[in-house]
Design a protein around this ligand. Structure first.
Ligand code: SF4
Ligand code: SF4
Length: 673
């Protein structure tokens, strides 16, 4: 190969020197505007904090960063927008890196007589940039199609969004056109490596394009391509493109915190020691939020995925998690003087705050890892602390304070469900292996009592050594914590932990996902470390160990409803499926991480929320449409919500709803006949 045949990059071909100088000036101005814009727009977070996130976190959690940021795992949960974003993201990234390489090669290294973009390097560079340029355009076309044609209901379309997409598409398309014109006007032996540019060049040649007749068009397109890019760079902090910086920062900072673990604003034990109970909980102004919470609000891309997944939105409640984040973020974007305004005076409503079931679907879906329930729970904490609970909420609080349970039942009635079953309390036998934590629903709700009876019977049949606390058990406090009454929650938690420790309890079984989550994930912070098992876990262990023998005889088509507190909060999906698969034919409905709430969580079971459709009705419609005869649940509150729907609405009469323990017990009994 002669020297003339070695591929190399020709820069600024057909571009007069004055134009190239103007380009450098425009590039410098756009970078200055970008830096200044970031400085101004990052004020609610603090530029130091924002830069600090990148400096401190980028290297620390490499695998997390790779999964969430580069592999775009959350985004890929939805195929169309996932592929769309992948194309735009990686197209932008590779084209940006390519531009930086050209800058270094042409403007720095050549002064040292070094040329990187030459020979094979240049050919690889051309292929990679052409391929990712094509991905970039495909992604943008998909995005524009989605906004103009398919228009999903959860996607808000603003003029700015169209303008930005049009600008990006212009950059992508003119990049190829300019390349094609250049090759048509001045062919080179290696032009085939510029895959798409070369294709266009062929067309241009057929159309009669040559250096003598198209130089002006080439220059105009080249200049407009660069100018649009510079304008978008300058506008980045002022547009939706700012999410490139903020969302990445939020993801780097966030890591994945268990969705079911709430923040702890104070430690009651410490307050009791000091005797000073003056503590501010919750917030009603954005200025009270720490910088990382502000970052979370500003990082929202307004993609609407949370809205689409939210049961409150589906039921026509006042709450829309996207709008909560957007509206709080809008206050932050206002003048600093506005940060002190009461957010309940326009940004959010009390109805929105109380409408959340804390199901975690919005967190699961959010590609930016924004934890909406953390904001809603802090707003609830503010409302509760300021006496803005309604009558039913106040009754709930009184019941918990007075009776230690949300039903307002007498505490000695807590043991009525176990009459005649031969179950011992820890007072009667303190040497058992497991404590069976019954929970308030199964102790006091007649229908849910069957769950406790079935679970206890299964444990007895399998020869498991267990006992109960009996009248000494109190509500875990989960319901009041989700209501926003942190003090009462911690009071109950400390009392329960003391009781459990006094019996030297090490292992706990519970059938209630709410109790499970609190005992397992929230009590450790207050000194209660226990090995906690959900009844689906222990039942499966007993079946696998041959201590419970099942017959696959159930002919009904069963659907499994994943409880939010068990599934999304704690990742328990396989155990109930393993059990059910042995007993019945399973009908698939929305499941696992994508399961739909029953409507009871977040203390919603205990007060009335205005809605167009009941959340459990929406779920039962899915179950019926899937052709199931039996809905199997794994939570007493799910059971109550669905049974309530069956009572209210004839449409659901033909469906049977049962807890998984009841199903297993029936399968056992059948096998013994
Ligand atoms: S936690 Fe559930 S109900 Fe609450 S905002 Fe998120 S998706 Fe909606
Ligand atoms: S909070 Fe998350 S899921 Fe919701 S609109 Fe913002 S970025 Fe999208």
């Amino acid at each position: 190969m002669s020297v003339a045949d070695v591929p190399f990059r020709e820069d600024f071909i057909f571009i007069p020197e004055w134009l190239s100088v103007a380009l450098y000036i425009a590039a410098a101005l756009s970078v200055i505007a970008l830096i200044y814009g970031i400085y101004v727009k990052a004020k609610p977070i603090g530029l130091k904090n924002l830069v600090g996130v990148y400096v401190k976190n980028l290297g620390q959690n490499v695998s997390f960063t790779l999964r969430q940021w580069l592999l775009q795992r959350r985004l890929m949960l939805r195929r169309y927008p996932g592929v769309m974003h992948w194309g735009i993201f990686f197209g932008t990234l590779v084209l940006f890196i390519g531009t930086v390489i050209v800058f270094i090669d042409y403007d720095i290294l050549r002064f040292f007589s070094v040329e990187v973009l030459r020979g094979v390097n240049y050919l690889v560079f051309e292929v990679v940039l052409d391929v990712f340029g094509a991905f970039f355009i495909v992604g943008l076309v998909l995005a524009i199609w989605r906004r103009l044609v398919t228009r999903p209901a959860y996607l808000e379309n603003r003029k700015w969004d169209y303008a930005i997409l049009a600008g990006l598409l212009y950059i992508g398309v003119t990049g190829f056109v300019v390349e094609g014109l250049r090759l048509a006007m001045k062919p080179v032996p290696w032009e085939g490596w510029s895959i798409f540019g070369n294709l266009l060049a062929g067309g241009f040649r057929v159309a009669g394009v040559s250096a003598s007749n198209s130089e002006g068009i080439y220059q105009a397109l080249w200049l407009s391509h660069a100018l649009v890019a510079f304008i978008l760079i300058a506008l980045l902090p002022h547009s939706t493109l700012f999410h490139i910086i903020l969302s990445s920062a939020n993801k780097l900072r966030s890591k994945i915190i268990q969705v079911g673990r709430l923040t702890t604003p104070f430690k009651l034990s410490e307050l009791m020691e000091t005797g000073n109970f003056e503590v501010k909980v919750g917030f009603n102004t954005v200025q009270e939020l720490p910088w990382d919470r502000r970052l979370m609000l500003l990082a929202c891309t307004n993609c609407g995925r949370c809205q689409d997944a939210c049961p409150a939105v589906a039921a026509g409640r006042a709450l829309n998690p996207r709008l909560v984040v957007q509206h709080l973020g809008q206050v932050l974007k206002m003048d600093k003087d506005s940060w002190g305004q009461d957010v309940f005076q326009g940004a959010v409503s009390e109805a929105e705050v109380w409408g959340c079931t804390m199901c975690g679907a919005c967190v699961q879906e959010c590609p930016v890892l924004i934890r909406k329930p953390d904001f809603l729970i802090d707003l609830r904490r503010y409302l509760i602390a300021n006496g803005r609970a309604d009558q039913r909420m106040n009754l709930l609080l009184t019941n918990l304070q007075t009776h230690g349970n949300p039903f307002g039942a007498r505490s000695h009635d807590r043991v009525m469900w176990m009459e005649g079953l031969g179950i011992k309390t820890l007072d009667e036998d303190p040497n058992v292996e497991y404590l069976y934590w019954v929970g308030c629903a199964a102790a006091f709700d007649q229908r849910a009592q069957n769950i406790a009876k079935a679970t206890a019977t299964l444990l007895q049949k399998a020869g498991v050594s267990f006992g109960v606390l009996g009248v000494k058990e109190k509500c875990t406090g989960e319901v009041v914590r989700r209501l926003g009454e942190e003090g009462l929650f911690q009071q109950l938690a400390l009392e329960n932990i003391e009781t459990l420790k006094s019996y030297n309890v090490k292992k706990i079984i519970t059938h209630c996902p709410h109790c499970y989550n609190t005992l397992k994930n929230e009590y450790p912070e207050f000194g209660g470390q226990f090995e906690v098992k959900h009844h689906t876990e222990i039942i499966l262990e007993l079946i696998n160990g041959g201590r419970l023998k099942l017959k696959k005889g159930c002919k009904v088509k069963a659907a499994l409803h994943d409880s939010c507190y068990l599934g999304r909060y704690n990742g328990i999906y396989d155990e109930p499926r393993s059990i059910l698969n042995r007993i019945s034919d399973m009908v698939r409905i929305r499941e696992r991480e994508r399961s739909f709430c029953c409507g009871a969580g977040g203390a919603n079971f205990w007060y009335k929320v205005d809605e167009q459709t009941r959340i459990p009705d929406l779920r039962l419609d899915e179950v019926i449409n899937a052709g199931a005869d039996l809905l199997v649940v794994e939570c007493p509150y799910c059971l109550s919500m669905f049974e309530e729907s069956r009572k209210i609405n004839d449409r659901y009469q033909r469906l049977v709803v049962k807890d998984i323990s009841e199903i297993v017990l029936e399968a056992l009994e059948e096998s013994k006949r």
